[in-house]
Each structure stands twice: as C-alpha cells, then as structure tokens.
Ligand binder design. Structure first.
Ligand code: GAP
Length: 514
C-alpha cells in the first residue's frame, strides 16, 4: 500500500509537470479541492467526454442530449430532497482538530479487514506455489475466517446505522473499532453531525429582495425538469433517455485524494425513463452496458468491480457502483441507480404541473420510472491516468515514465520529429503533419536528441512518433515508433494514416461495446 501511495504522489506531480492538472489559483497558494486542467489534461478530458457522449447518443437511437443551466429554480432542490437530506455525517478529532466523514472512516476499517485477508492469502500462495488452492485456503484458514467474521459483523452494523440515520451508533462503531485519527493518533472524537453539501449564492440585487439559489450538486435535476420539453419536442416514446455533461458543485468537507473528490467537478449523467415495473430489467441492462464501456478501454478487466449499495436511498430500489482500482484502493467511479418515480413525482407535486407519459400501447398515463447512470469526468480521468502510468526499466539501466493511455483518448495522437533541424527535414516533417492534422491532434518537435523527444512523448502518452530522416527525402518513407512496445518500423508516408487510424478510431472502439 505504501508503495502504491508513492506511485500516487508521483502521478500527481507528473500531472502538473506535463500539463494535465494544475492546482487552481496556484500563484495565490491554491484553493482547496479545486483544480484546473492544462493543455494535455483538457484534451484527455474532452476525449473521455466524447467517448461517453457518442456511446450514449450514437449507439442508442432513443437517447438524446441536453445542456441545462447550472442555476435553477431553488424549489427544485427542495423537491429533489437536497435541501433537507444532502448531508454527510462528520466527526472531528478533538486533538488534531481534523474533520472526517464518519462513514468513510468506517469503510476504511472494513477495507483493512479485507486487506488482512488478502495478505494472508498472498503469503500462503507464495509458500505453496502451484499446489495452492485459494478457495480452500480462504474457507479454512483460521486467521482469514476471523477477519472475514469481523468484516461481516462490522458491515452489517454499519449498514443498519446508515439506513436508520443513527449518528450516535456511527460514533459508537468508531469507538468500538478503536479507529484513531491518522494525524493525532488518538481516539478523542466529537459527536457525529450532519453537514449540507450544497453551495448557495444570491440572484438579483438586495434592493429587489435577492433570492437564495444553489449551485447544482448534480446535473440530473436539469434532466428531470426538462422531461416534458424533450419528450414532447422530440416526440420521444418510453423507453428513452436524456444525457447531459456538465459541472456540479459540492462543498466537500473531507476533500482528499487529488481530483477524486473535488468541490467543482463535472458529471456525465443519463436518465433512462421506463415503464413502471420494468425498471429492474433496465437497471441490469445498463449495469452491463456501462461495465462494457469501461472495460473496452483495455486498462485491465481486473481493475473493475461492482459494489452494490448497502444503504439504498428511500426512493431507490436498486443501486450499484462501478469501482476502479485506484492507487488508494477500489473506489467509485460511476453510480447506477434505479430511482423509481421519485424525482418526477416530486417535481409534479412541487411544481403543480402534470409530468406524465401517455403510453399508447397500454392506453394509460403514468409517471415513468428512472434508471440513472452517473459518472464523474474527473474520476474517470483519474482512473485512466492511474491505469496508464508505468515506470519501466530499460536496457542500459535508464527508466522511462510512460502513460499507456488508450490511443483513442490520448491527448496527442502523433508526434512528428525531424531527425535534424536542417537539410529539408523540418519541411518534410511539416508536410506530413499538415496532411494528418485535420483528423489527429499532432505535435511537431525538433528540439533535443531523438531519444529525449521520445521520452517527452511517452510522458504525455502519445501512441505514435514519426521520425523523418535523410532517407525519407529520397524514398518517402519514415520510421514509426510505437509507444507501448517501443518497436520501430520503416513505412511509406502514404501508408501512415492507414496504420494509425485503426487504433485511433472512436468508431472501432464504439463497435466493441455495441
Ligand atoms: N445524480 C446522482 C449522483 O450525483 P453521486 O454518486 O453523488 O450520484 C455520481 O455522483 C458520480 O459523480 C460519482 O460516481 C463520482 O464519479 C462523481 N462525483 C461525485 N462527487 C464528486 C466529487 N466531489 N468530486 C469528483 N467527482 C465526484
């Protein structure tokens, strides 16, 4: 774990050094849990958004997009339940004065039991080699069984406390489990209190009587309140979906782990409206579809898992997370929720407008049920970088840092490198780039040795480098160098596009998840 934390620190500085992510307002010493995306970061982010948007709106003829405003009527947040219930349970350590989310402290404790079980199993696997039967070991080893029992007991108690909204019990669990503050090392805890996460501001001048409004904490409500507009103007029939990408804001108190938990972040959400009673079938379908979308990127199937929710919101009848193995453990990247008819019904009640669909096949009107898929762009960004970051030892003892970003998502697709800055090589390189730049984001680089230039491109994840040398002027061939294998190949300029296009094609990637 310590080694993984070290990797995470390196990844954060790599992001800054190579123009992916900068702390916001840095020359003023930064602003807590707010980040800016640099020249490479914004390209990667845009590519992630395009992959999501195209997978929703091109692959599903019954999913359409919208772009709703961040400012919305304040009653929307009353109707959605955010004013009354969008809270985190917080606890303070009296010695360090540090504040924590009580639920996160307990989840970390559960993960510790799991860690112990895994370590025990790994040790035994090394000892017994090929003869090791993991399942049998896990079923019989007393230390594994003891930790399993502790984990299960804690899990059950925690789920009940959350479901009951029992803050005293959450505190008691922290005391009973002897959880200490990572900073002070003490168990001197305050009570657990609820804290609302919405940012508010005022609209209009004070003289007119300004109205308190909120910065949206999720993009979903912009979709719900436009259900009728889209359904009617698009003549949409149930089942259909509305997708949206946009900023969301949460006053996260415990904002750690870089861009994993931010105060200003971006969501890609899709609400899929279905007939009442059919929601669990659609929930299962979207679960599988979304997992396919993640795995198609090729970062490794084992890095993903589902985590079904213990605590279902009172309006949900099923919910799961897709988790990715970050350097700090498996963490939620996307949530898939079956939200019943809660949101639309609630907006009916608060707005006084009828929000229903007349189903001609059933000859009946109803409030549709909703399956939601909700993924954070920034968390997706972090998972792509974490899954792509490698430090590789090369022959000769040198180490290269390479981002093996899925080629379709890579910020720069192609670097064009004249071997020398003279003899007509730059002109030839520019000519090649001028042909390819309309389709692919290319970078021209003529400074330093070719080896250094390859390293620079590895560090930002450029899948292809094209080197132009003196022979190129005669035979119209160039050397193509592949990022992941570092293999080099001599190819005719005329074939370049064909060679690179297969791996860089969004269409090919989308075809794999159809
Ligand atoms: N509309 C449902 C909803 O907002 P959520 O689980 O609260 O559900 C959905 O958020 C996704 O948004 C999460 O899976 C995560 O990827 C992202 N997200 C939530 N809070 C975030 C934060 N503070 N910073 C970055 N991403 C966040």
């Amino acid at each position: 774990m310590a080694q993984q934390e070290e990797v995470f620190k390196k990844l954060i500085s790599h992001c800054k050094e190579y123009g992916f992510v900068f702390p916001s307002s840095e020359i003023y010493d930064g602003l807590g849990a707010v980040y800016d995306y640099g020249q490479n970061g914004v390209e990667l982010k845009n590519n992630i958004k395009k992959y999501w948007w195209d997978s929703m709106t091109l692959l599903n003829e019954n999913v359409v997009g919208i772009d709703s405003a961040i400012f919305m009527h304040p009653t929307i947040w009353k109707a959605s339940g955010h004013v009354d219930a969008f809270n985190d349970p917080l606890i303070d350590n009296k010695d360090s004065k540090k504040r924590y989310r009580a639920d996160v402290l307990i989840e970390e404790q559960i993960a510790k039991y799991e860690d112990k079980m895994n370590k025990e199993t790994e040790k035994a696997a090394k000892r017994f080699g090929d003869a090791f039967d993991e399942q049998k070991f896990r079923e019989t080893n007393p230390r594994v069984l003891e930790n399993e029992a502790k984990k299960e007991a804690l899990h059950t108690r925690f789920a009940k406390a959350l479901n009951d909204g029992n803050l005293e019990e959450l505190r008691q669990i922290i005391i009973d489990e002897e959880i200490v503050c990572p900073v002070s090392g003490t168990k001197n805890w305050t009570e657990v209190r609820q804290f609302n996460l919405m940012f508010s501001t005022e609209m209009g001048s004070t003289a007119e009587g300004a109205a308190k409004i909120y910065l949206r904490p999720e993009t979903a409500q912009g979709i719900f309140v436009n259900f009728l507009n889209v359904q009617k103007s698009g003549r949409m029939k149930i089942p259909f979906g509305i997708a949206q990408i946009g900023k969301a804001f949460r006053n996260e108190i415990v904002a750690r782990q870089f861009i994993f938990r931010m105060r200003e972040f971006e969501q890609m959400e899709m609400q899929f409206f279905v007939r009442p009673g059919e929601e669990l079938t659609w929930f299962e379908k979207w679960k599988q579809t979304r997992m396919r979308w993640h795995k198609a990127l090729g970062l490794g199937d084992k890095k993903y898992r589902f985590h079904d929710h213990d605590k279902l919101a009172h309006y949900a009848n099923a919910a799961t997370d897709i988790e990715f193995e970050m350097p700090f453990g498996f963490k939620e990247v996307e949530g898939i929720h079956s939200r019943t008819d809660f949101d639309l019904s609630s907006h009916e009640k608060f707005s006084g407008k009828r929000i229903q669909f007349f189903d001609p096949e059933l000859n009946q009107s109803y409030v549709p049920y909703v399956i939601e898929t909700s993924i954070g762009v920034d968390r997706m960004f972090l998972s792509v970088l974490a899954g792509s970051y490698f430090e590789e030892k090369l022959n000769g003892g040198e180490t290269r840092v390479v981002l093996k970003i899925p080629p379709v998502l890579a910020p720069v697709k192609l670097a064009v490198l004249p071997l020398l800055k003279k003899d007509g090589l730059p002109e030839k390189a520019r000519e090649i780039m001028d042909n390819l730049k309309f389709e692919y984001h290319c970078q021209y680089d003529e400074k330093d040795s070719i080896g250094k230039r390859y390293r620079r491109q590895d560090a930002i994840g450029t899948p292809y480098c094209i080197t132009v040398d003196h022979d190129s002027l005669v035979d119209n061939q160039v050397t193509i160098r592949y990022r992941d294998t570092m293999k080099q190949e001599r190819v005719p300029v005329a074939q370049l596009e064909q060679i690179i296009s297969e791996k860089l094609s969004m269409k090919n990637l989308l075809k794999t998840i159809q």
